[in-house]
Design a protein around this ligand. Structure first.
Ligand code: ARG
Length: 357
């Protein structure tokens, strides 16, 4: 068998598996499945209906082993945008996604699915801060340095604040990628302040409201959707214990410790731990006060426990990646820490894919 034939075989197998799952979970008949498989044979290849795609995207979330927020998998809002052809149309669909998902702060888990095999969004997330290497050190998000450089090579010019929003970088086929600025009114951000340490607000820290991952592919029924940006809402620690705290990101623990008046010369003062807790408190407090959806890690773990119970009741094995599921703050206070979980990869699912740049 040639490579091509092997791929077609593998794809057919995955399509059959997926449609069988779809049939079972939607209580459809064996006759329905036979008819649907006949249709696919005639069309030569599997093209999911919108309903099948909606189900596939939701189950892909259910199967996302690194995600602690999976309790809500079945409420994912799916926009089927497979008719979109041009960069301009992708741009407009992405703005619709942002507006719907943001919903004035009452965030709605959402995915927008474009046709497979030709569209790539180069951004890691639809909204993400730029990062610049300068002689005085890094400005902004060090995670974005490479993409920021590419944007500037393509003609974009950032203001060089620590929180410049990168433009969309959209590529169709082998065209030169097109840049689109995101109009300000689409970008909801939260200024970070602390309920007691008022000085924290003077750092002018902020973070954007909605994490919309846009560089992963959705795999459903043997088809890979390379452009399928999706979002939930933040768990506070993602911002407070990683984005703002990691030494190679915004590295703010020493600054927060200084505001708190902590002794930073010795480890046994636990200044890092104390600064971490207050920074995380500030993130949760600020989002809550602004009416922007966010979840603390204790509540998220409780919700994950409900998810596990739901899955057991549905006779499905709960899979997960333990090292990702435990929160980076006080992990042993959650039940997840104390329990093994199998990291078995099921499809449909979301996968990393090769960077287009
Ligand atoms: N950890 C990433 C960030 O801090 C976001 C990943 C997705 N997170 C989510 N809550 N859906 O931006």
């Amino acid at each position: 068998m040639t490579q091509l034939h092997e791929n077609i075989e593998k794809q057919r197998k995955e399509a059959i598996e997926f449609l069988t799952l779809y049939k079972n979970e939607n209580a459809l008949s064996n006759q329905w499945l036979r008819d649907r498989l006949d249709e696919i044979k005639q069309e030569q290849k599997y093209i999911p209906t919108t309903e099948e795609l909606v189900f596939g995207a939701r189950v892909a979330w259910r199967n996302s082993n690194r995600c602690i927020g999976r309790l809500f998998w079945n409420s994912l809002q799916v926009f089927d945008e497979r008719q979109v052809e041009t960069e301009e149309e992708v741009y407009k669909a992405l703005l619709r996604h942002i507006e719907f998902a943001t919903n004035g702060g009452k965030i709605r888990p959402t995915i927008t699915i474009f046709k497979p095999n030709s569209i790539r969004i180069w951004n890691y997330q639809l909204i993400r801060y730029a990062g610049y290497e300068t002689e005085e050190g890094i400005i902004g998000d060090s995670d974005s340095i490479e993409l920021t450089r590419i944007c500037e090579e393509l003609g974009w010019k950032g203001e060089r604040t620590p929180f410049d929003i990168l433009p969309f970088v959209i590529q169709i086929g082998s065209n030169k990628p097109a840049l689109f600025e995101i109009p300000k009114k689409y970008v909801l951000e939260v200024a970070i302040r602390h309920p007691q340490y008022e000085e924290l607000a003077q750092l002018n820290l902020k973070w954007y409201a909605v994490p919309m991952v846009s560089n992963m592919k959705l795999s459903v029924g043997g088809i890979e959707f390379n452009a399928a940006p999706f979002n939930g809402w933040y768990m506070g620690t993602e911002i407070g214990a990683r984005n703002l705290a990691d030494v190679n990101r915004y590295n703010l623990l020493p600054t927060v410790a200084r505001i708190m008046g902590l002794e930073t010369k010795s480890n046994i003062s636990l200044w890092k731990d104390r600064a971490l807790v207050e920074l995380n408190l500030a993130v949760l407090h600020s989002f809550k006060e602004d009416g922007v959806s966010i979840v603390d890690h204790h509540t998220a773990a409780q919700q994950f426990k409900l998810f596990e119970q739901q899955e057991v009741e549905a006779n499905r094995q709960v899979t997960g990646n333990w090292s990702w599921l435990i929160p980076p703050v006080s992990p042993a206070t959650t039940h997840i820490f104390h329990k093994p979980i199998e990291n078995l990869i099921k499809k449909p699912n979301y996968f990393y894919q090769k960077n287009p740049f």
